[in-house]
Each structure stands twice: as structure tokens, then as C-alpha cells.
Design a protein. Structure first.
Length: 169
């Protein structure tokens, strides 16, 4: 019957737009920290809350001796007085970036790698995407983290040699 051709059971649903979520995560040379789903667009207050509830716990696990250098970029929420006041009050050393410097934070590379590893993921909604992200995150090998951290001295040296102009990184 002709009418059956158009019955809803004969169609496969598709997503007409990309599903997007925002996440926060951290890592060290020795391992991954947690990954956190961010509700909406993160502002300085939400960022500070994540530092308090996620980053400090991860830092305790990843650096039991408390000896680490926290790295973030020049995003306004990261450089807000709220964020700096919190880090300073907890005695956390952080890497200072010059204004307008290239973003050499290795987590940017990790996000790109994570996206590539998720290329076969076909979530139908944000919850499905979050599941894919978590699965891919916790499947990242520690050798990858070693390579990213080990590359930092080369990245910084390249920026110095190029006097802040673009590098291959």
C-alpha cells in the first residue's frame, strides 16, 4: 500500500544540527582528573565553583604532596579576580601567561584528540553525547598525557624563538 511508505515506522531520525555540551576537565603527567559537565556557558562564578568542587579534589588525588603548577589560559573567567583570589587563598601556584600570548595549554590538544576519538559516536541528544565524552575521556592512555606534558618545554621555546609570533603549535 502506498500509505505504508510514509508511515513513521519507515523513517530513521536524524539530527539536523550538532549537539553541543560544555565540559571542564584536568589532567597531569601521571593521569586524568575528573571531567565535569558544565551547565550553559561558564562564567567566573561557575568557574570558581568548579575549582572548589572539582579541581581541588583532582589536585589532591593527582598531587598528594601538593606540589604542582596549575595551568589555565587567559580566558576572562580564568583571569577574574574571583579566580585569582581563590587560587591565592589556597596557596596554589599558577602559570602566568602574557597578554595576547598563544594558547599553549596542552589540554587544548587533549580536547582535539578527544573529539577525534569520538568521531564514531552518534548521540541522539546531549545526554548521549555526555556519555560518549566520558567514555572517551577515561579511555585516554597515560602515554598520551606524558607526550603532551613533555612537549611544553618545546612549545614555550618555540614561542620565545618566534618572539610571540605563530609557531607550529
Amino acid at each position: 500500500m502506498k500509505e505504508e511508505e510514509f508511515h513513521w515506522t519507515h523513517y530513521i531520525g536524524t539530527v539536523k544540527h550538532d549537539i553541543k555540551i560544555n565540559v571542564w576537565g584536568c589532567f597531569s603527567y601521571d593521569g586524568l582528573g575528573s571531567i565535569h559537565l558544565v551547565e550553559g556557558n561558564m562564567d567566573a562564578k561557575q568557574y570558581v565553583k568548579i575549582l572548589r568542587t572539582k579541581m581541588f579534589l583532582c589536585a589532591d588525588e593527582l598531587f598528594p604532596d601538593g606540589n604542582f603548577l596549575f595551568q589555565q589560559d587567559n580566558d576572562p573567567k580564568h583571569t577574574s579576580s574571583l579566580a585569582y583570589d581563590l587560587l591565592d587563598s589556597k596557596g596554589i601556584d599558577y602559570m602566568a601567561w602574557p597578554a595576547y600570548s598563544p594558547d599553549l595549554n596542552p589540554i587544548e590538544n587533549l580536547w582535539a584528540i578527544l573529539k577525534r576519538r569520538m568521531s564514531d559516536c552518534r548521540p541522539k541528544n546531549a545526554d548521549g553525547l555526555w556519555e560518549c565524552v566520558q567514555e572517551a575521556w577515561y579511555d585516554l592512555p597515560v602515554e598520551l598525557l606524558h607526550n603532551l606534558i613533555d612537549s611544553m618545554s618545546r612549545r614555550c621555546q618555540a614561542v620565545i624563538e618566534k618572539k610571540g609570533y605563530p609557531t607550529k603549535y
